[in-house]
Design a protein around this ligand. Structure first.
Ligand code: SF4
Length: 397
């Protein structure tokens, strides 16, 4: 790891933001340790982290998005969100990815952030709503890191987002939050069209110049009503992305994240390991954001969350099923087998579409599990980080 990537945080983020970040680092360490012990000692299951899609309302309609927007927006109530946070706290779990739709359209979001100073929130946003007032409120909270999705430079953003001004607005939002001293990230889901412009040292330097502290690369997963299968990455491109990550982690003055590979370069599925699960805007407790099936919806204050996780069987069986299918993404690699499993287990489709029909007709696709092509981390910092905080947790034997 290039120490400059950490020094930039010390010089650019406010003292409050840094203090909360250190607290998150310590709590994250404890959350993983507690999760690991629960798994090893066969104690009641509870993930270490949660992905919460707090609303399906959005100002964009991006190609490949899995979120079904409705005329009357669907969202988690403040009581449900607070109930999730309170329950998770009992299991040392204090980190929450906040997704949408566009989560900043949820009017109670800041109440959640302010009422839970010991928790840490990663705000997955398209950046178009990040004005100076919101940036100031986030900086005052200190326990929120904005993660702005940029799916391409001007042209590709227009194609993916379906609007011409999104790139400029996202960059303006980005500059506003970095200017407010926030620990700021950018995410990108890489496909064939944006590969060359976003998987490059020039793009990293562009983001560093804008004050960005970390970049999270996702592999494009064609989903939703308009999946755009043709732009999904080929094997050689996935390997090239992996090589780029490993190389740039030693060189770049920016942190680079992924949720696909352990320190040795073995693929894994976060859902199959149980390290994180997802709650949808309609309160469905799901395996992950794109495997939108459930056997339990939260009640009005989420007080039934533990029962859904520990007494219902779908998520437990799905973790085992996915690990048996392979180390990659079951939705991409084995959609038909997944559909059959879900039917046999009486899973309820919580997508708002006919996702079972989609699974039965979509083509199997290649993903990040490429046996025999493992590329291990070469940066000691990332190798140790992955070894202690991101590995199979026994899911793959
Ligand atoms: S099924 Fe795919 S998208 Fe879901 S957690 Fe696993 S790898 Fe990620």
């Amino acid at each position: 790891m290039n120490p400059a990537a950490l020094l930039r945080i010390a010089f650019q983020c406010s003292f409050r933001v840094q203090r909360k970040l250190l607290r998150f680092a310590w709590n994250g360490h404890r959350a993983i340790g507690a999760f690991r012990r629960r798994q090893e000692e066969n104690r009641p299951f509870f993930p270490a982290f949660w992905m919460l899609s707090v609303t399906n309302r959005c100002n964009l309609r991006c190609r490949g998005c899995w979120v079904e927007q409705t005329a009357e927006p669907c969202q988690l109530s403040l009581a449900q969100m607070q109930g999730i946070v309170d329950t998770a706290r009992k299991y040392q779990s204090r980190f929450f990815g906040i997704l949408g739709g566009e989560p900043l359209f949820h009017s109670d979001l800041f109440t959640l952030f302010e009422k839970n100073p010991d928790a840490y929130f990663q705000l997955f946003t398209n950046g178009t709503q990040l004005d100076s007032e919101i940036a100031e409120r986030l900086a005052k909270c200190g326990n929120v890191t904005p993660l702005i999705s940029i799916e391409g430079l001007e042209t590709e953003s227009r194609i993916r987002r379906g609007k011409g001004d999104v790139f400029a607005k996202s960059i303006a939002g980005l500059e506003t939050v970095t200017g407010a001293g926030l620990f700021t990230g950018v995410s990108a889901s890489i496909n064939r069209r944006n590969f060359d412009e976003l998987v490059s040292a020039e793009y990293l330097d562009f983001l560093i110049g804008k004050g960005v502290h970390y970049l999270w690369y996702f592999i494009y997963r064609p989903c939703g009503r308009d999946p755009d299968f043709e732009t999904a990455l080929e094997k050689e491109q996935i390997l090239a992305l992996r090589r780029f990550l490993v190389e740039q982690r030693r060189r770049a003055k920016i942190l680079i994240l992924d949720a696909y590979w352990d320190g040795a370069g073995n693929a894994l599925c976060p859902g199959a390991t149980g390290i994180s699960h997802h709650i949808a805007p309609n309160a469905a407790v799901e395996f992950c954001p794109i495997v939108q099936f459930t056997d339990g919806f939260l009640n009005e204050d989420a007080s039934n969350l533990e029962r859904i996780l520990q007494q219902n069987t779908l998520l437990k069986n799905l973790r085992t099923f996915c690990a048996e299918q392979g180390r990659g993404c079951v939705l991409l690699e084995a959609p038909r087998e997944l559909a059959q499993f879900l039917r046999e287990n009486g899973a309820e489709d919580s997508s708002g579409r006919d996702l079972l029909a989609e699974l039965e007709t979509r083509p199997p696709m290649i993903c990040h599990d490429l046996p025999g092509c493992e590329i291990p981390e070469t940066s000691l910092g990332y190798r140790l980080g992955k070894r202690y905080y991101f590995f199979g947790f026994g899911a793959y034997g």
